[in-house]
Write a protein that binds this ligand. Structure first.
Ligand code: PMP
Length: 405
């Protein structure tokens, strides 16, 4: 039985106060809070078996290595990838996209080629491609956005050409919460034999991800947005690409043999994990995925859907609120503006009521430009949030209106 009160007690920070008000944490799209199990797993790693992985012959190193590799297996099974060789630990989504942009770019992209992204991307899925395009003299093309925040996917056929080398697309818009029909886009790109990277930073924590069913070529996500630690993330890549792609960084662990004349590289996935990785972070991600499974993804989806519907209904009752990303297919993100109130002023007033929302462009300035605004107020909810917290937000919005209009 899904019991939100019990779930909340798993997250120590949710019981804290801000300015003597109970914390209402609605900034989950930026980063999520951590359950005690994750915090304890990290503490346990540092206090009972901490030692560097892979290189030791001693007992502690064996334990660390085993825990790290079993976290990799946990990630594999969580997203239903075919093999642990296809699971690379990175520092986060940004690092994962940069890895592919650099390495795939080095191997496959030449002057005049094209990369296709969408108008809903986070900067992390724009700038690495721009940098690669600059290096390679390639071009970035963009799938346009409709007024309701959905993508004009019917335009994809016209945007793909024989020069398109890769499509890189977000699963969910972090700025609007809109869910993108990535499966359709993947199937369409594959009709032209073009690989697809899915930025799963806002997708993986809100629904089932089945890599083999999606059939994407790359999938990236961050630990800190899925109730795990910061500084750790995942890149899934199909073996056929990863084997061909050159390493992104050089150093320890990613090599097989090194001499001054010639260096050979380690096998997958280690070829892409140079240096001492954030192995404690990886152990933390593994624990976070265990935790999510213990709550149950079906219940998470159901609870978050109820919250989204409740928040939409309540917000639509208030005059002067403009909601951006007004579609049915969305995750529990409400991105909005209150009349002519600057989002920053609204955020400050809400903060004083203990409500943590994010204001600004949400690292998606092209999305804001598309709607002719410079930012929104974003209340992003997840499975530990409640209807009562939404009521507090609604009260807060009324207060903002009273104070500012
Ligand atoms: N893509 C999307 C859709 C995101 O929401 C974010 C984080 N806001 C990122 C990429 C970047 O993630 P990170 O900062 O964890 O690397």
């Amino acid at each position: 039985m899904f019991d939100v009160i019990k779930i909340r007690s798993d997250f120590p920070v949710l019981a804290t106060t801000v300015y003597d008000k109970p914390l209402v944490y609605f900034d989950n799209a930026a980063t999520t809070q951590k359950p005690e199990e994750v915090i304890n797993a990290i503490k346990q790693a540092y206090t009972t078996y901490y030692s560097n992985i892979h290189r030791g012959v001693h007992a502690l190193s064996d334990i660390s290595s085993e825990k790290y590799e079993s976290a990799r297996e946990k990630v594999r099974s969580f997203i239903n990838a075919g093999s642990v060789e296809e699971i690379i630990f990175t520092a986060g989504t940004t690092a994962s996209v940069n890895l592919v942009a650099f390495s795939f770019g080095e191997r496959y992209v030449k002057s005049g080629d094209e990369i296709l992204i969408s108008g809903l991307e986070h900067h992390a899925n724009i700038v690495p491609w721009q940098m690669m395009c600059q290096r390679k003299n390639a071009h970035l093309k963009v799938i346009p956005v409709n007024d309701d925040g959905t993508l004009r996917i019917e335009e994809i056929d016209g945007l793909i050409t024989e020069k398109t080398k890769l499509v890189s697309i977000t699963q969910v818009s972090n700025a609007l919460g809109v869910i993108i029909p990535v499966k359709k886009i993947i199937d369409k790109a594959h009709e032209y034999d073009i690989p697809v990277l899915v930025d799963g930073a806002q997708g993986v924590q809100h629904g089932h991800v089945d890599i083999r069913e999606l059939d994407c070529d790359f999938y990236a996500f961050s630990g800190h947005k899925i109730y795990g630690p910061t500084g750790i993330g995942v890149l899934y890549g199909k073996k056929k690409w990863l084997e061909e792609m050159p390493p992104y960084q050089g150093g320890g662990d990613m090599v097989e043999r090194v001499s001054f004349e010639k260096t050979t590289y380690n096998k997958l996935p280690f070829k892409f994990e140079a240096g001492t990785t954030n192995f404690v972070g990886a152990i933390g991600i593994g624990k976070a995925l265990d935790y999510i499974e213990s709550v149950g993804m079906e219940d998470i989806i159901k609870h978050e859907k109820e919250l989204t519907e409740y928040a939409s209904t309540r917000m639509k009752e208030i005059r002067g609120i403009e909601i951006y990303g007004n579609t049915k297919e969305k995750i529990s993100i409400m991105s909005f503006l209150i009349d002519k109130v600057h989002q920053y002023d609204a955020g400050m007033i809400l903060d004083k009521m203990g409500i943590a929302v994010r204001t600004g462009s949400h690292c998606a300035q092209p999305v804001m430009a598309r709607f002719g605004i410079d930012g929104t107020i974003r209340a992003s909810m997840c499975f530990y949030n409640t209807r009562e917290e939404i009521d507090v937000l609604i009260e807060g919005i009324e207060k903002v209106k009273r104070m500012m209009l």
